[in-house]
Design a protein around this ligand. Structure first.
Ligand SMILES: [Zn+2]
Ligand SMILES: [Zn+2]
Length: 363
């Protein structure tokens, strides 16, 4: 049974378009932070940082970043830079970027699936929660928390050096990984066992059947993952009429994050978000099956490659689905609040002045 889940991947893009969260992140920032952000100068640097960033952050050597044309830091925050980690910087990486060989379990090393290992974190199988933490391998998989740390530290150095345009742009890359982790499908490999293709299980005993099962399991879990993200995105895009408007605006009320920007590191924040997501994952998983139904397990659906589609408007409005929809919205509210609140905390972290000891030790 253990081997069945060997190659289940989770390489799709959390919340599909991260940019849609950013206006909510900015709107709910504390007034003092808003004020500080508007006082920061944005002077376009003559230097394009791309080559430095490729080298220091171990990015795809072929990636290119054009300078942003912005007037202030808030413009940078809503510019879409938060989505740049999904646009190729984590593709075609050297073996040394993947020391634990995580790509083996997250969709392979090539093509668009090749970036997944940096965008998720499965904390590891726990004996105390054998079903909800079930994963292969039992060790932790995915580098998202470590990536958030390395990238956020670089961002803070740029900001301290007065390079606010690149500094906040890079900070948003770090934010991207933390937002990814707030999506429960990025924190647990198999959120619900009913997502697996039971018909393929019957063919398992033959070796051909085994390969078929792995492929089918990857496809079916990924279908729920995509359906959930696309449905949630469609609701977020309703703006002030979104069922999640209140959760995103007053995220701190709905999120349980305890992280303190003046004491913790971005990696602490990322790990706390992942743990919060893990706690929501089995609920999100079983409600996804209730709400989206089991048709998307059928072979004509492979949402990752835009094969098959769901009627998201009908899902949002059909009176017959009210019960699972309300329940799914309630748990999604918490997940989105974690993502938005963590994003605000990361901005606050970047603005904390370096502590006395680090100033002394750098002299
Ligand atoms: Zn995703
Ligand atoms: Zn991502």
């Amino acid at each position: 049974m253990v081997y069945l889940f060997f190659f289940l991947s989770s390489s799709a893009f959390a919340w599909d378009v991260h940019q849609s969260l950013m206006p909510w992140v900015v709107r709910g920032l504390p007034g003092s932070i808003q004020k500080e952000l508007s006082s920061l100068p944005v002077v376009p640097s003559a230097q394009n940082e791309t080559q430095n960033l490729i080298r220091e952050l171990q990015l795809n050597p072929a990636i290119q970043f054009q300078p942003l044309a912005v007037r202030n830091v808030k413009d940078i925050l809503v510019s879409g830079a938060v989505d740049e980690p999904d646009h190729g910087m984590d593709l075609n990486l050297d073996k040394s970027a993947d020391p634990n060989n995580d790509r083996k379990y997250t969709g392979g090393g090539r093509g668009v699936d090749g970036q997944g290992f940096r965008h998720l974190y499965f904390a590891g199988w726990k004996l105390s929660h054998p079903v909800s933490t079930f994963q292969i391998p039992a060790r932790s998989v995915g580098l998202a928390p470590g990536r958030a740390e390395v990238i956020a530290q670089k961002a803070r150095l740029l900001i301290l050096g007065g390079n606010n345009i690149w500094g906040f742009r890079v900070l948003e890359w770090a934010m991207h990984y933390i937002q990814d982790l707030s999506q429960p499908y990025h924190s647990v490999q198999v959120p619900n066992l009913f997502m697996l293709p039971f018909s393929a299980l019957l063919t398992w005993p033959t070796s051909e059947g085994f390969d078929h099962l792995i492929k089918e399991s990857t496809r079916t879990v990924s279908n729920y993952h995509h359906a959930y993200e696309l449905y949630t995105l469609a609701q977020i895009l309703k703006g002030d009429h979104s069922p999640f408007a209140e959760c995103m605006l007053h995220a701190e009320k709905y999120s349980g994050l305890k992280f303190s920007p003046s004491q913790g590191t971005p990696k602490d924040l990322a790990l706390e978000v992942a743990e919060n997501s893990r706690e929501l994952a089995s609920q999100v998983g079983s409600l996804s099956v209730d709400f989206f139904g089991t048709e998307i397990k059928n072979p004509e659906h492979d949402l990752a490659v835009k094969k098959g589609d769901l009627n998201y408007q009908e899902l949002a409005e059909n009176p017959a689905l009210k019960t699972p929809r309300d329940a799914l919205h309630a748990v999604t509210c918490k997940a989105l609040a974690n993502g938005v609140s963590a994003s605000r905390k990361l901005i606050e972290w970047a603005l904390v002045k370096p502590q006395q000891e680090s100033v002394v030790s750098s002299k």
